[in-house]
Design a protein. Structure first.
Lengths: 198, 198
């Protein structure tokens, strides 16, 4: 295949390693970067390096953070008696969109997935138990509502219950604004199982 | 909105300026970059800077290139009597996929678009005329088959014809492997107008 420049080819190949970026998109992005001003390109390169340089993990909850402990763990206005367990730090950003919800978090760093060789020891589970020192009254398990997420939730439930804290799971049901007609059977089943009195 | 880290926010905002990358995709990419090893992040940043550093434009055909003149302009095996005019350097990569087609190129750097304030003086048109010194027998206009591309083609046709060279336009018609049933009316009209004897 014709290649107009080696360094452009290299940029395309680096970009196309990223998730959801195929060779075509990578090519379009590379041409865009080529058309950027030198300052903009520098800004992009610096932002990539800076994020690796500055951002680490909170040693308490494993959220990504520039400080340790992170801003959530040091926030005095949060209800530290509730720990919300998530798979990835990006899930915290999603959960923080909820109103009137100010728990502490705990990032597992993945989910149980025997097929991918990910077992309990690969996740931040022991550090979760270390936090259950009596000050915590509820653990909300907010792993994703898919097969591995559910399995991880069940596994955690079994292990956390002996600590004498309430273990809850986020509700599965119809998304707000959704349409019964287009919902799948499993979701409808869950919505019916989780029905509440009005 | 909750932000876990300022530098992550900055990376998301830089990434989301790129074409086809919205805030959600930018967020996903930023988290991917965060999970990269330091070496991989450095490789990405370097590739971005290197492309700006090394890649310039060929002074003859305005193709992007690390050398001047570019590899195509200095290639002795090419048929320099044919100049294929394209909008962008990325179009050359697409045209080079064609078999038995080895012309010289000329990159306009855009197309006529009065609404966007892009007139003839904003494109590499005068430099095209300078190349029509008698050694060129055919100019193939390969601007995109859309409204602005067609307008640019007609404009160029009028100006190039007086130089006494043959001016041709790439064929519009049904894409190979396409389906008459799903083709739009304009494409079918063009395919019929461009029919050839078997």
């Amino acid at each position: 295949m014709y290649q107009s420049s080696e360094s452009l080819g290299r940029l395309v190949s680096v970009l196309s390693r990223m998730p959801g970026i195929g060779r075509k998109t990578a090519g379009r992005l590379a041409f865009y970067i080529l058309k950027m001003s030198r300052e903009e390109a520098k800004e992009l390169a610096d932002a990539v390096l800076e994020v690796k340089e500055k951002v680490g993990n909170c040693s308490v909850c494993f959220n990504i953070s520039e400080n340790d402990p992170c801003n959530i763990c040091t926030d005095q206005r949060r209800d530290k008696s509730i720990i919300c367990v998530v798979e990835e730090a990006s899930d915290i950003i999603a959960l923080e969109k909820a109103e009137e919800f100010n728990p502490a978090y705990h990032v597992l760093g993945g989910r149980l997935s025997p097929l991918d060789g990910i077992g309990p020891d690969d996740l931040n589970i022991k550090s979760l138990f270390a936090r259950l020192d009596g000050s915590v009254s509820e653990v909300i398990i907010a792993t994703n509502p898919d097969v591995e997420g559910e399995a991880t939730a069940m596994y955690l439930n079994k292990l956390v219950t002996p600590f004498g804290v309430k273990v809850t799971r986020i509700a599965r049901g119809l998304p707000v604004g959704g349409d019964l007609e287009y919902a799948d059977g499993v979701t409808i089943t869950r919505a019916l199982q989780g029905r509440q009195e009005l």
